[in-house]
Every structure is written in structure tokens, then in C-alpha cells.
Ligand binder design. Structure first.
Ligand SMILES: Cc1cc2nc3c(=O)[nH]c(=O)nc-3n(C[C@H](O)[C@H](O)[C@H](O)COP(=O)(O)OP(=O)(O)OC[C@H]3O[C@@H](n4cnc5c(N)ncnc54)[C@H](O)[C@@H]3O)c2cc1C
Length: 339
């Protein structure tokens, strides 16, 4: 039987980590320190104003606590039902998900405080509300996993977590990388996600997964390039959670199915079927009907030109890119040798 106080230094899957983690005691938030016991290092200068076009969240612990309390009251009990709803993310961005990540990443609020708030609600509700709150608590455990992995695997941001018998034959195409960064790939959900990053310094988790998959699979560009770009742009950049997630999406990290590929068309059909999220960030597609936005990469070129002449054509063929990723990963895994 696993000693409940023991966590392994490495975990191949989140579910194995989760099983051990559940057995661990969860400490309450540490008490506020006695101000007299602290060194007197308060500086007189004001907090510098960031030179950025991004509408940054209000900084500080007070703002973090307000964000947590507001989400606890307005969103937490419906979280599982709204977390992947991209229309809700546009219409009610501070209720559909918590937007706590910048505060957690910056240490403006501690995970123990968040955990205590969430579990207090969880213990007070049942039925459908309980299912929703449980999901939020579960998502926090992904963060715990990546912190745990980084503590034991300091090169999490620079080396594949999973061993491959052969090198992954990443492409090095700079033009494709630039198109991805600018949100000009011709894949509407990918472009909307990348433009959200540019405009807001944040990407909703669903398109975050889709843009990362598109880079590492459809474009076959090294996950480290994408992670480095996120590090520069994200207001919630986190040195454990960013590389952990990039590796998960790239199939080089935990929970590695051989080749994890998010199909950007199927993802749009499932999570943004009205096109609300795409229209919010991609003005070239503002007047295009929802079905055409969803199916965009598969529409004939003349139809695309007629509907949105200013929007870029897809930079890769959806099926050919999918099959190329399959081949390259299967070779790296030693499952085919036709290279
Ligand atoms: C490629 C990629 C890179 C990412 N990089 C970061 C990053 O640098 N910083 C960051 O905080 N999150 C990162 N995430 C995870 C996730 O996208 C964000 O935590 C989430 O979108 C933040 O919004 P929120 O606070 O409203 O999340 P909510 O849905 O409200 O979730 C609440 C909290 O749970 C935690 N959480 C949720 N999903 C994840 C996850 N997949 N992994 C780890 N923790 C999670 C976060 O602390 C989050 O703030 C990344 C995901 C991907 C796919």
C-alpha cells in the first residue's frame, strides 16, 4: 500500500499522481506573519506601470481575494458546465472560468487559500452543484502535478519528460511559426486563440490546448518554441504549469498517448459552434455564418475568398498535416521505420 505521505518523484499520468495526492493531508493557509518580525524593506517607490497595451488585471492580494470571492459566488457552482463554453467565455469571461491564474502564478494568492475557499463551498453543496465544484477542485490538481514534477525534474521546460527511442523530427519553418504567433494560420479557432493572447495576455484553456496542438502537430514545430512565446506574452505565465501543459499537448509529457492531436475543426464545432469566440478576436470573419467559420479550413478556396477576402488561406492542409504528425511521432516512438 502507498504510504499516504509519499509522492513519487515522477508520474507518467495525472491519475496516478491524483490517487497519491488525494491521500495527502491538505494544510490550511499559513497565518499572516507578524509585521514586527519582518525585515523593514518597504520601498517608497510606487509599483511601476507596465508599458503594455494589455488591459492587465488589478494587481495584488486584495484584488486576488476579490477575484476568488466573486467567482466563488457567481461561477464556481456551474464551473464544469461553463468551463469549455467559448460563447460564455466571451459573454461572461469572469464567471465561465475563474481567471485566477495570473494571481496564482504571481503568488498574489496562495493555493492553500484557494483550496480552502473551494472545499468550504464543496462541503456545503450536493448534487449538480457538487459535481461542478468538484471539477474546479480537480483542475487545481493539474497545477499541483506540474509543480511536483518541476521540483523533481528541473529541466521540465527544456527537455522531453518522456523518453523517445528516436529524435522527434521537428520542422524549423520560421514562416509557419510567424503565422502562428500572429494568428494568421487560416484556422479560425487557432487564430482567435493567438489573437486573444496578443490582445489580452491570456488564452482560455480550450483554445490554449488547440493552439499548442496546432503548433506541435499540424505545423510540427518544437513545443519549446511555443512555450517560449507563451512565456513572453502570458500574464499568467507559470514556470511549472506552462511547460507541463506544453509537454502534455505535445505528447512528450505526462499522460502521453502516442500522438495527441486536437482537430481544430472538430474543436470549433464542439466548443464554439456559434462562432462567438472566433468573431470576438478575428474581425475578418465577423460577417461569416457560424457553419462556415467552423468548417473554414475545409471550404474550397473560391468560397473562402468570397466570404472573407481579407482572411488568410489555411497554411497547411488539415488531413495531410494530421497524417504527417502521426508518421513523425510513430517514427520517433520506433513504431515505424519508413523514414
Ligand atoms: C499550452 C498550455 C500552456 C499553459 N500555460 C499556463 C501558464 O503558464 N500558467 C497557468 O496558470 N496556466 C497555464 N495553462 C493551464 C490553463 O490553460 C490555465 O491555468 C487556465 O486557462 C487559466 O484560466 P483560469 O484561471 O480562468 O482557469 P480555471 O479554469 O478557472 O481553472 C482554475 C485554476 O486551475 C488551474 N488549472 C486549470 N487548468 C489547468 C491545467 N491544464 N494545468 C494546470 N493548472 C490548471 C489553474 O491554476 C487555474 O487558474 C496552460 C495550458 C496549456 C494548454
Amino acid at each position: 500500500m502507498v504510504d499516504p505521505r509519499t509522492l513519487e518523484p515522477s508520474y507518467p499520468t495525472h491519475s496516478q499522481f491524483y490517487a497519491d495526492w488525494q491521500e495527502r493531508p491538505k494544510p490550511a493557509p499559513a497565518p499572516e506573519p507578524d509585521p514586527d518580525a519582518l525585515a523593514d524593506v518597504i520601498a517608497d517607490e510606487p509599483i511601476p506601470i507596465a508599458d503594455s497595451d494589455i488591459d492587465l488585471p488589478t494587481a495584488g492580494t486584495e484584488a486576488a481575494r476579490e477575484r476568488l470571492a466573486s467567482f466563488r459566488d457567481a461561477g464556481l457552482r456551474r464551473y464544469a458546465d461553463t468551463r469549455d463554453d467559448l460563447a460564455a467565455a466571451v459573454e461572461r469571461p469572469l464567471e465561465a472560468v475563474s481567471r485566477l491564474s495570473p494571481y496564482l502564478a504571481a503568488g498574489a494568492i496562495g493555493i492553500r487559500e484557494v483550496w480552502e475557499t473551494v472545499t468550504n463551498v464543496r462541503d456545503a453543496v450536493d448534487g449538480d452543484e457538487r459535481r461542478n465544484v468538484d471539477k474546479y477542485a480537480f483542475e487545481l490538481t493539474w497545477r499541483e502535478l506540474y509543480y511536483h514534477l518541476l521540483a523533481h525534474t528541473p529541466d521540465l521546460a527544456t527537455a522531453n519528460y518522456k523518453q523517445f527511442p528516436d529524435e522527434i523530427a521537428w520542422r524549423t519553418d520560421d514562416a509557419d511559426f510567424r503565422a502562428w504567433k500572429r494568428g494568421e494560420t487560416g484556422y479560425p479557432l487557432v487564430d482567435a486563440g493567438m489573437r486573444q493572447l496578443e490582445r489580452d495576455g491570456y488564452i482560455h484553456n480550450r483554445p490554449r490546448q488547440v493552439v499548442a496542438s496546432f503548433l506541435t502537430k499540424h505545423l510540427l514545430l518544437d513545443w519549446r518554441r511555443g512555450a517560449a512565446h507563451f512565456r513572453e506574452r502570458l500574464v499568467d505565465h507559470d514556470p511549472a504549469v506552462n511547460p507541463g501543459n506544453w509537454q502534455w499537448v505535445a505528447s512528450t509529457g505526462t499522460d502521453s498517448v502516442d500522438v495527441r492531436i486536437f482537430d481544430p475543426v472538430a474543436q470549433a464545432a464542439k466548443y464554439d459552434d456559434t462562432g462567438a469566440f472566433v468573431r470576438e478576436y478575428v474581425p475578418e470573419l465577423a460577417d461569416v455564418p457560424a457553419e462556415a467559420i467552423v468548417e473554414w479550413p475545409t471550404l474550397p478556396a473560391d468560397r473562402q475568398a468570397e466570404l472573407a477576402p481579407d482572411y488568410p488561406a489555411p497554411i497547411v492542409d488539415r488531413t495531410a498535416a494530421y497524417e504527417r504528425a502521426q508518421r513523425v511521432f510513430e517514427r520517433a516512438l520506433g513504431k515505424r521505420n519508413d523514414g
